[in-house]
Design a protein around this ligand. Structure first.
Ligand code: MRU
Length: 345
């Protein structure tokens, strides 16, 4: 399996996703600030993966501060920098807050190893969650399914078999998936560069489409189900995911195509009632003015570049989690999950 994050002794090596698929390039991060930079530049990306990377960042910082009198002050400052490195995916804040709560009353000397253990444990938990989610999700696929997906929700984004892509992998293994339509996912092309790459490696039939081809495919009856991931799910089922997800949900609704979100319970944010409370990251304008370094628009044109959008829960046919598939009304089915969300240490 692809390893997007590889911890070592005293460093964390990131598979630099910006270079894929042209080159396999690694970035050895020796400090927390380097990991934060890797998260912000999308060298490491995807909601569960940035949660794990965030914990390794905290571990590196705690190691670097060992023995200092201002250990707690500086570690807390680093914690605050890490947790906001990317604002939309709740997994990062969630992972950092939980780890902080677990170590803040510990002996100073124990903190580095406690944080390292927390990061290793979270990586294992996310892998296990992916596997369970894939099993639940595959039960919703019918033989011959032509699945449309958006962005990258695979091993690169999760350290496991993936969320939506994990369901696709398991569905293919069971002989249920005939083809995957891969949205290229402008502006940063996570679908074209990363999802296509992962699917080809697994020998799963994949066809790349431009984002604006989805409507035409659905109108022609070529899509049986849409499967996407999530960066944050509110208590009412409203879901933030890569920009372009909402338009797919609207199209799916119009064409009577089931639209499923696959996400571990760590992506559910019970503190938010509805989608307009989710902070939406806006990214550099040059991501839109250029494609992989090539200028495709006038330098002076103004740009709006939200990295995520929010799909209302009422457009979501089901939320595939690691503890089962949730259905509408989501405020009921999600609130029944409170125990599962808070269960793991
Ligand atoms: O900006 P990215 O590439 O980090 O966005 C990733 C997504 O939107 C994924 O769909 C989401 O994180 C779920 S991945 C398991």
């Amino acid at each position: 399996m692809i390893e997007p994050i590889r911890p070592d002794t005293g460093s964390v090596t990131i598979l630099d996703q910006r270079a894929l698929p042209d080159a396999i390039r690694y970035w050895r991060c020796d400090t927390a600030d380097e990991v934060v930079q890797a998260i912000q530049t999308l060298a490491v990306r995807g909601a569960p993966a940035i949660g794990i990377a965030g914990l390794y960042a905290l571990w590196l910082e705690a190691e670097a501060l060992r023995g200092r009198d201002d250990f707690w002050t500086l570690l807390e400052e680093a914690k605050d920098r890490v947790r906001v490195a990317r604002p939309t995916a709740v997994n990062l804040q969630w992972a950092v807050d939980r780890a902080w709560k677990a170590v803040r009353d510990s002996e100073r000397d124990e903190v580095p190893s406690l944080l390292r253990q927390a990061a290793d444990r979270l990586a294992k938990q996310e892998q296990a969650r992916n596997t369970r989610m894939a099993e639940w999700g595959a039960q919703n696929l019918t033989p011959g399914s032509r699945v449309l997906t958006h962005c990258n929700t695979g091993s690169l984004a999760t350290v496991g078999m993936g969320t939506a892509l994990g369901v696709i992998r398991e569905g293919f293994r069971r002989g249920l998936v005939e083809r995957v339509w891969v949205d290229e996912t402008r502006p940063l092309l996570q679908g074209a560069r990363l999802t296509a790459w992962e699917l080809l490696q697994d020998g799963i039939p994949a066809t790349l489409i431009t984002d604006n081809a989805a409507a035409s495919l659905m109108a022609r009856g070529l899509v049986d189900v849409v499967l996407v991931g999530a960066d944050r799910i509110c208590a009412n089922g409203d879901t933030a995911n890569k920009i372009g997800t909402y338009s797919l949900a609207v199209l799916a609704h119009y064409h009577h195509v089931p639209f499923y979100v696959a996400a571990p319970v760590s992506t559910i944010d019970l503190a938010l009632d509805q989608g307009d409370q989710i902070p939406i990251e806006e990214r550099s304008h040059d991501e839109v003015r250029t494609i992989r370094g090539t200028v495709v628009a006038p330098q002076e044109v103004s740009v709006f570049n939200p990295a995520f959008d929010v799909t209302p829960g009422y457009l979501v046919s089901g939320i595939i989690t690691d503890v089962g598939v949730l259905h509408q009304p989501y405020h009921t089915s999600i609130s029944a999950l409170v125990d599962a969300i808070h269960a793991e240490p």
